[in-house]
Design a protein around this ligand. Structure first.
Ligand code: ZN
Length: 217
């Protein structure tokens, strides 16, 4: 009975904070503005979620990170002392591959409303949208072999740089901001969400891991 009430409460709460993806029944991905507004609301309503600005980008908007901590503790040094496992998730490095943007919104909401249980020793740091310039530059025709969504961002950033090719040269301000945060967090796991754009993969999901002999990841 307790669980039934809890489930119903979670369901109602999820309806209070719906994502664009859910409202559109899976046919649309959130715009940059919708993503940031959504996380602002979560930040305001839940002590377990906090959004911060982490530096400049090549457009007029700052790069944001959204943290989830069950204890409402957002002190990275304290996380280190308490040996929390830090999951760092990056989304929208290629904004035309937006699945991670939408999935992360649902993940953080569902954690905030206790629909899912994030283990006590895990904290999350999520970049809502990394390539903001690309996300704002929306269209419907730059990824012809991809089945949806209706509109999506462009691969290049505001300088038309592919940010997934910028981690060594660091020409983009968003790369410089992300790398600073990356080192500050010294994460246990870094997940960079992409979509395989309609290529005929054998499996629904592909996990590509870093080769230990390659520098950095
Ligand atoms: Zn990609």
């Amino acid at each position: 009975m307790m669980l039934a009430w809890q489930t119903m409460f979670s369901h109602l709460q999820a309806q209070t904070f719906p994502t664009t993806y859910e409202i559109s029944k899976g046919t649309a991905t959130a715009t940059y503005e919708e993503v940031i507004d959504f996380y602002k609301k979560l930040d305001q309503h839940f002590v377990t979620v906090k959004m911060e600005e982490v530096g400049a980008t090549d457009v007029m908007y700052p790069l944001h990170v959204v943290y989830y901590s069950k204890e409402g503790n957002f002190d990275i040094k304290a996380w280190k002392r308490e040996e929390k496992t830090i999951l760092f998730i990056n989304n929208g490095i290629h904004p035309g591959e937006p699945d991670g943007i939408d999935a992360s919104m649902m993940l953080l909401r569902d954690a905030a409303i206790d629909k899912i249980n994030i283990p006590d020793n895990i904290v999350l740091a999520v970049i809502p949208v990394f390539n903001i310039g690309g996300a704002i530059n929306r269209g419907s025709y730059s990824r012809a072999n991809q089945n949806g969504p209706k509109a999506y961002g462009f691969r290049g950033n505001a300088q038309n740089l592919d940010l997934n090719r910028d981690f060594i040269k660091m020409d983009a301000k968003e790369t410089q901001s992300l790398v600073r945060l990356y080192h500050e967090l010294n994460r246990d796991l870094y997940i960079d969400n992409h979509v395989s754009k309609g290529a005929d993969y054998q499996h629904v999901k592909t996990f590509l891991t870093t080769h230990p002999q390659k520098p950095g990841d």
